[in-house]
Design a binder for this molecule. Structure first.
Ligand code: KG4
Ligand code: ZN
Length: 356
């Protein structure tokens, strides 16, 4: 007897990823190609470049995941692929490649919503019952949602502009952190976290965004612009050319990280209280799932822990390799779906926006 086995393919942004997962949640094989280094050089993702890199790597990555799994294509139950949301050019590569496989191997095709897959990943590693709250924070995502069931999401808040990882990347670029000897190959966010440990946040006063706006939305461009202004001012003071690293870079990193952490924690706190007041979440054992590349930041996690401690919530993060874009969550999504359909008779309302 063979378990149901699904091949998952993910190309929505800058990672080419594939995985083979069985219905018990075993990851039989996985492979990923990250484009981060290339995009670090160009200072951001250039969609046609991302598309080209996906094209160059997708066949090898899918082959690697399949070989590692020891599953022959004929034994696959289906092929799942991210269809939205994401960069159209990047999504297209995964989609046309998987369509090709679907035809060649005569397998069912499962279209996957990238955000829903992120939100449900936690159920691969932890026993989390619905409903739970999810905070997705990465370079491309920033949202708070109540997950009431598979395909039953209530959007409580989202970024009105850019995502926090994007803000960190832009500030890191403006600080020329790739030229910093300790941070040369780190993503912007990781470089900021690394430097912040050596800095003193009290040397700069950056006020939190949307202070007076009483909802669960986020904003990070204001924070980016304020920080960039400080950098320009400091460059003049220190007599530094554009492109050199400021001597106060660590202090500034600490300040911007602190302000971002406070902003994220406050919006999350409001979302928890809002849901608890309406009894959408338990007062005593609610779960907050935090995922996305920015979730690997320990300073931000600590800020969120303070919030979850104060509201009797449990804070859960998928392991780092499942926090960022990956093929496993794509392969797993629909299997979780079919199990849940039987258990909870899920309503299929999709993404509805509601919130304070
Ligand atoms: O989830 P992810 O790999 O890709 C997507 O954006 O979809 O997240 C990457 C983002 C980048 O913007 C990166 O700067 C940020 O996550 N990031 C961090 C940290 N590690 C990665 N941000 C803050 N602190 C970190 N330690
Ligand atoms: Zn993602």
């Amino acid at each position: 007897f063979l378990h149901k086995v699904v091949l998952g393919i993910e190309t929505s942004c800058d990672d080419t990823a594939a995985a083979v997962v069985d219905e018990t949640g075993n990851v039989l094989g996985e492979a990923i190609h990250s484009q981060t280094e290339v995009h670090l050089k160009t200072g951001g993702i250039v969609p046609p470049v991302a598309q080209q890199l996906h094209r160059e790597n997708i066949e090898r990555i899918v082959q690697e995941a399949l070989s590692a799994s020891g599953i022959s294509p004929g034994d696959l139950s289906a092929i799942a692929t991210t269809i939205k949301p994401g960069l159209a050019l990047s999504l297209g590569v995964g989609l046309s490649f998987s369509k090709q496989l679907v035809n060649q191997w005569k397998k069912p095709f499962i279209p996957i919503h990238h955000m829903e897959a992120h939100a449900l990943t936690i159920r691969l590693t932890n026993q989390v019952e619905f409903p739970f709250l999810v905070l997705l924070i990465s370079g491309g995502h920033c949202l708070l949602a109540l997950v009431r069931g598979v395909s039953d999401f209530l959007l409580l808040g989202k970024s009105l502009d850019i995502a926090p990882g994007d803000m960190f990347d832009k500030v890191a670029r403006r600080l020329s952190l790739t030229k910093h000897p300790e941070c040369s190959s780190m993503s912007g966010g990781k470089a900021i976290e690394h430097l912040a440990k050596q800095g003193n946040r009290f040397h700069f006063d950056i006020s939190p965004p949307m202070h007076r706006v009483k909802n669960c939305d986020f904003s990070f461009t204001g924070l980016q612009h304020v920080t960039e202004k400080i950098i320009t001012k400091k460059e003049k003071e220190e007599g530094i050319e554009k492109g050199q690293v400021l001597s106060s870079a660590a202090d500034l990193a600490a300040a911007v990280q602190h302000t971002a952490a406070c902003h994220i924690a406050k919006r999350t706190h409001r979302a928890i209280l809002f849901c608890q007041q309406r009894q959408w979440l338990s007062q005593s054992h609610a779960v907050l799932v935090v995922s996305g590349g920015v979730a690997s930041n320990f300073y931000i996690r600590r800020a969120l822990e303070i919030v979850t401690d104060a509201t009797q919530c449990t804070l859960l993060c998928p392991p780092p390799r499942l926090c960022t874009d990956n093929g496993v969550m794509i392969a797993w999504y629909r299997m979780d779906y079919s199990q849940t359909l039987r258990q909870d008779a899920v309503k299929q309302s999709g993404w509805r926006k509601e919130g304070p």
